[in-house]
Design a protein around this ligand. Sequence first.
Ligand code: FE2
Length: 278
Amino acid sequence: MNELKNSGLQLYMQEGTNRIALLAPLQYDAYAIKNVDQMMNLLRNAAGLNPDERFYDVYRGIRLPEDQALLESRDYRYDITVIMDGTVNGECKKTSGHYHGYNPTRTNTYAEVYEVIEGRALYVLQRADNFDTDPQQVKISDLIFAVVEAGQAIIIPPNYGHCSINVGEGPLVFSNLAYAPCPVAYDSVKHYHGMSWYIMREEGRISAVPNPNYQDVPAPRFAKIRENPHLGIQFGHPVYNAYRENPQAFDFLGNPDPYVDEIMSMLDFKTTLEDILK
Ligand SMILES: [Fe+2]
């Protein structure tokens, strides 16, 4: 058993199966497995794959009983996802990808925090303001690849569809802290068979390939992540603990409007894909 120290919780991952064990009194609401079968439509090339191969597991609603009221007071939920290691026809394993719904005034969609607990993640972030009105003809206005290392966390900026991709050597374990009532839209990404670019790994080298189903996608921008203690993000300090210590810092999750610029300023732009993978 490998202790998932960066989570700040007593969580352990079983080597081989990559399943997570929670030490009591930790609890969770639900566990779900995604196999290749459920990801077929989202891959660059699904030919010849084993439909039963495990892609990723999600543990939803993890908490200590003593923190339940604090999480419920803001309608926040803490989940952990494990993306398995390995590639499928050269493509890195990933989550399905989605857009978050708009807040009631439709000024912005909801943000979310993703914290890498173990492994290395690349997030494809694509902005399409018409994802819910025209999901089969989205206009992508900005595209960002962001790399997040173990112990770091990214705030997914409002208005950006996102997908988590395992670009490390082993499994990728990450948490998300999210505003639970936020609607989540999968249809557009499914229609296009994935996000606008696919991330590949061949002979240990990561590369990116455009998804030909999209039209007029801007060139990607490449980012590493900056911390921001004001928004509760300090590298090496678990997000779960940061929320317990200062819930108000995470106000941006349910109330994105005042925080958009500050969240965007946490992206530390570089020049090339190699720069962010160094
Ligand atoms: Fe999300």
